[in-house]
Design a binder for this molecule. Sequence first.
Ligand SMILES: C[S@@+](CC[C@H](N)C(=O)[O-])C[C@H]1O[C@@H](n2cnc3c(N)ncnc32)[C@H](O)[C@@H]1O
Length: 209
Amino acid sequence: MNYRFAYRIGFHPWEDAATDLPFVEKVSELFDREERGREPPYGLALDLGTGSGIWGIRLASRGWQVTGVDLVAKALRRAHERVQNAGVEMRLVHGDVTALQAAGIGHGFRLVLDTGTFHDLNSSQREAMGREVSAIAAPDATVLLLVWPKRRRPLIRGASRSEIEAAFPGWKVTDVESSHFRLPKLLELLLKPDEHWYRLRREEAERGE
Ligand SMILES: C[S@@+](CC[C@H](N)C(=O)[O-])C[C@H]1O[C@@H](n2cnc3c(N)ncnc32)[C@H](O)[C@@H]1O
């Protein structure tokens, strides 16, 4: 997917997920799990490939201190506007998910969210993203990745569980759950999203629990 071009022509169908009730409810359930037993502020959260900031803003409004990073300046301009309209605090950074440290993202993120960036990267970009996330995430961090399965289709590569595990050595997939996302019928047939949430935790943290 050429995201720069997509934003230039106003093509961003992933934003429709924000009004897809079953999808939104599932996202809330995932956030609830990471917040359980704690009081806000919940800590640092990083929204990778934040786009226009939809999900980062949700996290910020729930009491997370959120940074959103994206490669496309136009997406970030839209995110800036959305953040202002929402009346929340969210830091926006122009940077690459494969070079988070160079972008000055910081450290200690308890929640790392990716709604659709990892699964369209090539394998060396995926490895770099995994390495960078490992470097900036807190010891007890959770990573939530929204992934389409790997199959031949236009636009989005998709990723298998073993590719996710290979990109995140030292992390354990704890849960794989349907996102309940549905495209309009024709696009559903063409693109077969069959999208799932992957939840990852550091192996050490899992052993300690
Ligand atoms: C499918 S869109 C999802 C946007 C947003 N997370 C959402 O759900 O509304 C993927 C986003 O990842 C961004 N992106 C793709 N490759 C990236 C990279 N290497 N580094 C940073 N952002 C990237 C794109 O610009 C785009 O905004």
